[in-house]
Design a protein around this ligand. Structure first.
Ligand code: NAP
Ligand code: FE
Length: 374
C-alpha cells in the first residue's frame, strides 16, 4: 500500500504570535468573520488580540460567537448565513475543536454554496480561507482536513473530510490555555494522545506519521504524572505555561498524524458515548483505547508493542490503570446501550483503518471491558 504525507497548513507558534504576525492576516482579504464559542475566547484574551490585529491592519470584521461544544448542523448554517450575508472573504476560528470545526464547515458552506441536504455529500468545490487559533490542546483541528459536526437526523457525529478545509495558517500560543479548567485540560490532552496512538495503529500509518506520533505520545505520557498530581492536589498552577506549550505542541503533532492516518474504532465508538451519554470526547477515547489496544494486540502484537514502547510502558494493563486513575468513577452504561452504540459504531468509516477489523461483537466486548460491564 503506498503512503503519502500532505499537510498544507503554515504553523506559527510562540508567545504573542498572533500580534507579531498581524500583516499575514491581510493576505486573505478585507472582510473577516471571527468564529468562536460563547465566552472562553473573551476571557483568555485571544479574541482581543485578533481584534487588535484586525483594527491595526484595517480589516473589517464581524463576530459569530454562538458555537456550542459538539457543534450542530443548524449552528454551522446560522454562522455561514451570517458570513455570506456580510460578504466575508475569510474566517478566523478561535477556540477548542468545536469552534475550529464549525468554522471549517462554514468556510465550506459559503465557498461551495452548500445546503443542509448536501453538507455531507463530499461534492465540494471551494472553501473560504481559514486561520485557526486553538485554545485547547487536543483535537489538532488546526492542522487537519476534518470537521466533526453533530448530525441530529442520524443521531451521531459525522466527519466532513476535504483538503479544502485545511486551515491556511495555525497560530499556536499556549498563553490562551492558561484559563482552561483542569478537567478540560486532561480530557483534551487525552484526545491528542488517542490521535497519536490511533495514528500509529491505523493501516495508513507511515514512517513520517509514526515519527510525529511517537514524539507526541512521549511528550503527553511524560506529563501524565503531573496531571495526576494536579487532580490529587487540586492545584492547577502545576500546569505551567511551559507544560501548556508541550500539550499544544503534542496536540498539533498528533493532528498532523491523523491528517494522514485517520482515526480508528476508538473514535467511532467514542462518538456514540459523546452523542448519547454526553461523555466528553477526550474522556470517551481515553477510556476506550486500552481495551482497543488489548483487542488489536491479539492480531498485531508487534504493532501494539511499538505503541507501548512510545508510551514507555510494557503492558496494556499499565495504560488502563493510568486512565482509570486519571478519569475516576466510570459512567454507568447498560448492555442495551452497548448493543445500540456498537451497531452504530461498526458503520463508521474509520473502522476500516483498523489493522484487525473488529466485528460488532468485538466492539461490544471492548465497550463492556472499558466500562466494567458484565
Ligand atoms: P470544545 O468543545 O471546543 O470546548 C470545550 C469547552 O472548553 C467549552 O466550554 C469552551 O468554552 C472551553 N474552552 C475552550 N478553550 C478554553 C480556554 N482556553 N480556557 C477556558 N475554557 C476554554 O472542546 P475540544 O475538546 O477542544 O473540541 C471537541 C470537538 O472537537 C468535538 O466536537 C470533537 O468531535 C472535535 N474533534 C475534531 C477533530 C478534527 O480533526 N477536526 C479531532 C478530534 C475532535 P467556549 O464554548 O466558551 O469557547
Ligand atoms: Fe478526537
Amino acid at each position: 500500500m503506498s503512503k503519502s504525507y500532505f499537510m498544507p497548513t503554515r504553523v506559527i507558534m510562540g508567545n504573542n504570535c498572533v500580534v507579531e504576525n498581524s500583516k499575514m492576516f491581510s493576505t486573505y482579504g478585507k472582510n473577516a468573520m471571527i468564529v468562536t464559542g460563547k465566552s472562553s475566547a473573551k476571557i483568555n484574551g485571544a479574541e482581543a488580540d485578533v481584534v487588535e490585529v484586525l483594527k491595526a491592519v484595517g480589516i473589517n470584521y464581524l463576530i459569530y460567537d454562538q458555537v456550542m461544544s459538539n457543534p450542530t448542523v443548524s449552528c454551522v448554517f446560522e454562522g455561514a448565513d451570517y458570513g455570506r450575508d456580510n460578504a466575508v472573504d475569510f474566517i478566523i476560528a478561535i477556540g477548542g475543536g468545536s469552534p475550529l470545526d464549525a468554522a471549517k464547515a462554514m468556510a465550506l458552506i459559503i465557498g461551495s454554496n452548500l445546503s443542509e441536504d448536501n453538507l455531507f455529500s463530499g461534492n465540494y468545490t471551494e472553501a473560504l480561507p481559514l486561520i485557526a487559533i486553538p485554545t485547547t490542546a487536543g483535537t489538532g483541528s488546526e492542522v487537519t482536513q476534518y470537521s466533526i459536526i453533530t448530525n441530529d437526523v442520524l443521531e451521531t457525529k459525522i466527519g466532513i473530510k476535504t483538503h479544502l478545509i485545511f486551515p491556511k495558517v495555525a497560530l499556536l500560543d499556549a498563553k490562551y490555555m492558561m484559563s482552561l479548567s483542569v478537567v478540560n485540560t486532561v480530557n483534551t490532552t487525552i484526545d491528542a494522545l488517542s490521535h497519536a496512538v490511533e495514528g500509529m495503529i491505523s493501516i495508513k500509518a507511515s514512517g513520517i506519521s509514526d515519527s510525529l506520533a511517537t514524539r507526541s505520545i512521549r511528550m503527553i505520557m511524560g506529563c501524565v504524572p503531573t496531571m495526576m498530581e494536579v487532580l490529587e492536589e487540586e492545584d492547577s498552577t502545576l500546569f505551567t505555561l511551559e507544560m501548556r506549550e508541550k500539550f499544544l505542541y503534542a496536540s498539533t503533532l498528533a493532528g498532523m498524524v491523523i491528517a494522514q492516518t485517520g482515526t480508528t474504532a476508538v473514535h467511532a465508538m467514542g462518538y456514540a458515548l459523546t452523542y448519547n451519554k454526553q461523555i466528553d470526547h477526550g474522556r470517551a477515547n481515553g477510556l476506550l483505547i486500552g481495551e482497543f489496544l488489548r483487542f488489536t494486540e491479539k492480531g498485531e502484537p508487534k504493532l501494539v508493542a511499538r505503541v507501548l514502547e512510545a508510551m514507555d510502558i510494557r503492558r496494556v494493563d499499565v495504560y488502563i490503570d493510568m486512565m482509570r486513575k486519571l478519569f475516576g468513577e466510570l459512567e454507568p452504561i447498560s448492555n442495551e446501550e452497548i448493543r445500540t452504540f456498537s451497531a452504530k459504531a461498526i458503520l463508521a468509516g474509520n473502522i476500516s483503518n483498523c489493522p484487525v477489523i473488529p466485528t460488532v461483537a468485538d466492539l461490544e466486548a471492548i465497550f463492556m471491558a472499558s466500562f466494567g460491564v458484565k
